[in-house]
Design a protein around this ligand. Structure first.
Ligand SMILES: *Cc1c(COP(=O)(O)O)cnc(C)c1O
Length: 411
């Protein structure tokens, strides 16, 4: 089918919930994807931090093929071997003792919010149910996760939201202390705010949050949906900060591309969920678990990939810092951990994303002005060089246009 026709049908039959670029992606391999016209792109979006080991990694493909021939779905009325194996792997490689599987990040947070309330009502009091979240956070689009999301732009039009949430500025300990009351049961936050613009908390913020939780017997819920699965150079971002969450949610990179989410917690907290309290039809089905096992095993092999991620992240960041130093009037700040990297501009980023796309690079812009890079963790120096050289050219061109007062598209 001709491209114009595909796009026309896409707009005709799909709800208008995404601003899609006018290309149709049909194939992927490693760090590359191809569109329907055969044009190749280097992928610095990685399906928004999902394709951690690259597109169509042979280990995932084989695992999916084998599992698809054996058993795809049966429901959680029965024991499922790949689900048990995946849970065991996650427990072995984290703070957790128990795992609950679902299908997305929002659902994992939904489960976390339910679990925190049930725990507090069981071990404390009926009226101890408030959850403190941070401003500028992102936790998903379902009602509880949307309420936890501290950004009005996502909530507008859907009120009334879920009762029992309070918001504090991210990276501000005093505001957090002031907001805790006898009704508070938990704090939910991302170790690094992803969607909010790759905001990295300063110094010992997370450590102090963890201490405050302990002192007040609050549960610390870490949303590692974006930061987890090796993205920041450790399997989970909390490992950088010398803390342990009480509940952690993961999704995005967990299945390496298949939809799966999970909640991880301790034995004691998990004990308040009994048969019937929470469930998911698809959660942890054999097919997605097979892909997640392949993904996790690949990430953990010899620690090679995590080390590579840290090195590439550092290399990438250094290149971006050079661009910032050269064009301070266009680049405001560069920040990142591992391969979760943000470049905050002094202008809207959409036109730069478009210019990159035209030159064969997928990048993303979040929070309006922050170019976000979340490539597969297998990305190499040469690819980072290609992108940063192109970015520099685009910014240079933009600056010239601006100097000559002919701002507009960067085609
Ligand atoms: C993407 C994201 C979510 C939502 O995940 P979905 O799978 O889209 O529901 C939640 N929290 C964080 C931190 C995210 O980055």
């Amino acid at each position: 089918m001709e491209i114009a026709k595909i796009i026309e049908e896409s707009q005709r039959f799909l709800m208008n919930t995404y601003n899609r670029f006018p290309i149709v992606l049909v194939k992927g391999r490693g760090t590359r994807v191809w569109d329907s016209e055969g044009k190749e792109y280097i992928d610095f979006v990685g399906g928004v931090a999902v394709n951690v080991i690259g597109h169509c990694h042979p280990k995932i493909v084989v695992a999916l093929q084998k599992q698809a021939q054996r058993l795809i779905h049966v429901s959680n009325f029965y024991h499922i071997e790949p689900q048990i194996k995946l849970a065991k792997l996650l427990v072995k490689n984290s703070f957790a003792e128990k795992v609950f599987f679902c299908n997305s990040g929002a659902e994992a947070n939904e489960a976390a919010i339910k679990l925190a309330r049930k725990y507090s009502k069981t071990f404390f009091r009926e009226d101890r149910y408030e959850i403190i979240s941070t401003l500028n956070s992102f936790h998903g689009r379902t009602f509880a996760s949307l309420t936890a999301t501290g950004q009005e732009k996502f909530q507008k039009g859907f009120e009334p939201l879920l009762p029992g949430f309070k918001y504090v500025p991210f990276d501000n300990i005093d505001a957090l202390k002031d907001t805790i009351s006898s009704k508070t049961c938990a704090i939910i936050l991302e170790p690094i705010q992803g969607e909010g613009g790759v905001k990295i908390p300063s110094g010992d913020y997370l450590k102090r949050v963890s201490q405050i939780c302990k002192e007040n017997k609050l549960l610390l819920i870490l949303d590692e949906v974006q930061t987890g699965m090796g993205r920041t150079g450790k399997l989970f971002a909390y490992e950088h900060y010398g803390i342990k969450p009480d509940i952690m949610t993961i999704a995005k990179g967990l299945g390496g591309g298949v939809p799966i989410g999970a909640l991880l917690t301790t034995e004691k907290i998990a004990s308040v969920f009994e048969p019937g309290t929470h469930a998911s039809t698809f959660g942890g089905n054999p097919l997605v678990c097979a892909a997640a096992i392949a993904t996790l095993e690949t990430i953990l092999e010899d620690g090679y990939l995590l080390d590579h991620c840290r090195r590439m992240g550092k290399y990438f960041l250094e290149k971006l810092v050079k661009i910032k130093e050269k064009y301070p009037e266009i680049v405001y700040e560069v920040r990142g951990k591992g391969l979760l990297i943000g470049m905050e501009l002094t202008m809207e980023g959409a036109s730069i994303v478009k210019a990159c796309l035209e030159r064969g690079f997928l990048i993303n812009c979040t929070a309006g002005k922050v170019l976000r890079f979340t490539p597969p963790l297998i990305i190499v120096e040469e690819e980072i060089d290609k992108l940063t050289i192109t970015l520099k050219e685009i910014i240079e061109q933009y600056r010239e246009k601006r100097l000559f007062n002919t701002v507009g598209s960067l085609n």
